[in-house]
Design a protein around this ligand. Structure first.
Ligand code: GTP
Ligand code: MG
Length: 694
């Protein structure tokens, strides 16, 4: 079967931005103008197609990235609308990993906001070419030029306008297209009809100036433009578009569009921009993967006839069809009924059904091609980040990075019958969301859930209660501390019981120490020589260590960043068992931790507070009393911006504090940045509190 949409006419794009910039509102218009929906969905009315979860509709925010597909001028655009709230950053991360291009939305009044910076950095990390859309041009105080200016200063983006807003009596009626040198003027409220007119006389000086700026940037890449520019010849739109496309694909330039999604202005030209300037799967650098058999890196071929290779970037539990595995197909094609090879888990599995997702609506398809984003049904063991391929051409794509949770909360089923349901629900949530973790504390019998923030856990708890019908009590949210060690030591663990009958015999010697750089988790290395411990017991030793690292020796917090090397041990012909070695390893690890000067780690938040001048002193003073390290202070219009790193434990409920010390005139955002050692005098108190509450 041949593909309907040629590869060069496919655009896989993400819509990314700070919370509330208008990503979903924009996506809803995209669906409407491309004929996907016949009526515009509104976030404010809870009718947005893309925000389909009840929790999204009730709260008016996007929580989970939703995918859909539409056609615009012979081009197929696969869109992922992502959430802006920092608690759901993993959704942006995994979307950018599999997308070829992005539309970054800005609020024209607020300019470049903290989360705009975060998503911009994420897109940089994955080298995703992007175009910018300055939205909300209808709002009083909207400032197109200032927003572009902030793109330079705050994002170091080589951005330039390709449009200018046209306002009449304060309302946005259209835009000047600097490439075509025409004016687009809307004729109806729904924004379906517009006319193309010459640029009005009074706007010519401004538009000429903006066009010169654009040409100046482009002349650095295009010799033609440079020559024509220097010799004063007119430069045609086609030449300009080619130059823009070339620079965007190299990630050297960001064309800036403007509009108002809510007022249905500017979406069609933006869609043209997606088609004109963002890459098709053929335009992005070849994706590389490692052949697990040879250890060599290989480049994937972007072609339907190449061997199949896809990345599973998201799993969603569907009440009717079971698990949906979202795939980005990088090469080859796949049909339902196909056996695929999961190179990450080294397992064969069968895809029973293929689905094209439209937010939560499913359209069954009978083939998915190279460059597509589709969902597979029938896969059982495939996890987020796994590579699926053909068994005879195995390949492993680069794994995804997921952030560490910073907040935890105890959750307890109300009745015995809720217990099993809770376990199942938590397991499903953990499968869907790599930034959500579940741990069981054997000492207290408590189940502890951890996530990226209060909202993240609130939403998960809400889903557990409603979707899975579980009755549960939840504790107060706590900072998710961790433990690690600071010294290299050797530790011995023995689990020996030899009185009568068959005994137990496990004996291990491990070296334990910190890694060169943090973020490694628990690393186990086996350096046993001469069969001091038989091969078959090594996995049990590893399990003993991984299990006991789940709760440390200071406050029972998870242990991280320890390299454990198994160097020696002994065994007994009859009495040794997996269990005995697991126990011995666990004892060695716990004892080793105690000896290796353990310390408590706490999450440090990267915070930005926007405050009117007169409250600046009060806010800085308060932050200083919260162990904050002020990084920078700057000014934007008449507001002061304080950037600081603050321990999460000090700013629980900061919203209330900030409101009261600034009469509600300041705002802040924060996101987890890194883990840092807790100062000794504070660590003592935390550890005591933790152990006494357990
Ligand atoms: N005035 C005005 N309001 C807008 C515009 N676009 C969106 N809004 C409003 O801004 C709010 C947020 O819009 P959303 O589309 O949900 O923003 P989002 O970026 O998807 O937000 P998250 O997904 O939660 O990060 C809603 O109340 C919209 O009605 C616009 O062009 N003008
Ligand atoms: Mg949204």
């Amino acid at each position: 079967m041949d593909r309907k949409d040629p590869l060069d006419k496919i655009r896989n794009i993400g819509i990314v931005a700070h919370i509330d910039a208008g990503k979903t509102t924009t996506t809803e218009r995209v669906l409407f103008y491309t004929g996907r929906t016949y009526k515009i969905g509104e976030v404010d009315e809870g009718t947005a197609t893309m925000d389909w979860m009840v929790q999204e509709q009730e709260r008016g925010i996007t929580i989970t990235a939703a995918a859909t597909t539409c056609h615009w001028k012979n081009c197929r655009i696969n869109v992922i609308d992502t959430p802006g709230h920092v608690d759901f950053t993993v959704e942006v991360e995994r979307s950018l990993k599999v997308l070829d291009g992005a539309v970054v939305v800005f609020d024209a009044v607020n300019g470049v906001e903290p989360q705009s910076e975060t998503v911009w950095r994420q897109a940089d990390r994955y080298n995703v070419p992007r175009i910018a859309f300055v939205n909300k041009m209808d709002r009083p105080g909207a400032d197109f030029d200032e927003t572009i200016n902030q793109m330079y200063t705050r994002l170091s983006a080589n951005a330039s306008a390709v449009q200018l807003p046209v306002l009449e009596d304060g309302s946005l009626v259209g835009m000047i297209d600097l490439v075509e040198q025409k004016m687009i003027k809307y004729k109806d409220d729904l924004g379906k009809e517009f006319e193309i007119l010459p640029i009005p006389q009074e706007m010519l000086p401004r538009s000429n100036k903006a066009r010169l700026l654009l040409l100046d940037k482009l002349s650095t890449v295009s010799e033609h433009i440079m020559e024509d520019f220097v010799s004063g010849k007119p430069i045609g739109p086609q030449l300009l578009r080619e130059a823009i496309r070339k620079m965007v694909l190299k990630n050297h330039f960001v064309p800036v569009f403007c509009g108002s999604s809510l007022k249905n202005r500017g979406i069609q030209p933006l869609l043209d921009g997606v088609y004109e300037y963002l890459p098709s799967p053929l335009d992005v650098p070849a994706v590389k993967g490692m052949n697990p058999d040879t250890g060599e890196y290989e480049e994937l071929t972007v072609s339907d006839s190449a061997p199949f290779c896809a990345l599973c970037f998201k799993i969603v539990t569907d009440p009717y069809v079971g698990k949906l595995h979202y795939l980005r197909i990088y090469s080859g094609k796949v049909t339902p009924g196909a056996y695929i090879y999961n190179a990450s888990q080294r397992e064969r599995e069968r895809i029973t059904k293929l689905i094209q997702m439209h937010a939560n609506r499913q359209e069954v398809i009978d083939i998915a091609f190279c460059g597509d984003i589709a969902a597979a049904v029938g896969l059982k063991e495939v996890k987020t980040g796994d590579t699926l391929c053909e068994e005879k051409s195995p390949i492993l794509l680069e794994a995804m990075h997921f952030p560490e949770p910073v907040i935890s909360q105890a959750i307890e089923p109300k009745t015995k019958s809720d217990q099993d349901k809770l376990g199942l629900a938590l397991h499903k949530m953990e499968e869907e969301d790599p930034s959500f973790r579940v741990a069981y504390n054997h000492e207290t019998g408590q189940t502890i859930i951890s996530g990226m923030g209060q909202l993240h856990l609130d939403v998960i708890i809400d889903r557990i209660l409603r979707e899975f019908n579980v009755e549960a009590n939840v504790g107060q949210p706590q900072v998710a501390y961790r433990e690690t060690l600071t010294k290299k030591i050797t530790s011995t663990g023995k689990f020996i019981q030899q009185s009568g009958g068959r005994g137990q015999y496990g004996h291990v010697v491990v070296e334990m120490g910190p890694p060169d750089e943090p973020g490694k988790g628990i690393v186990f290395e086996d350096k046993i020589k001469g069969g001091a411990i038989p091969r078959e017991f090594i996995p049990a030793v590893k399990k003993g260590i991984i299990d006991s690292a789940k709760s440390g020796v200071l406050g029972g917090y998870p242990v991280t960043d320890v390299i454990v090397t198994l160097v020696d041990g002994s065994f007994h012909e009859v009495d040794s068992s997996e269990l005995a070695f697991q126990m011995a390893a666990s004892l060695a690890f716990k004892d080793g931790l105690r000896k290796a000067s353990p310390v408590l780690l706490e999450p440090i938040m990267d915070m930005e507070v926007t405050v009117p001048e007169e409250f600046m002193g009060t806010v800085v003073g308060d932050l200083n009393s919260r162990r904050a390290k002020i990084a920078t202070m700057s000014q934007r219009k008449n507001l002061r911006i304080i950037k600081a790193f603050v321990p999460l434990s000090e700013i629980f409920n900061y919203a209330t504090v900030l409101r009261s010390i600034t009469q509600g005139r300041a705002s802040y955002t924060m996101e987890p940045s890194f883990y840092q050692e807790v100062p000794l005098h504070i660590a003592g108190k935390i550890a005591v509190r933790a152990t006494s509450s357990r």
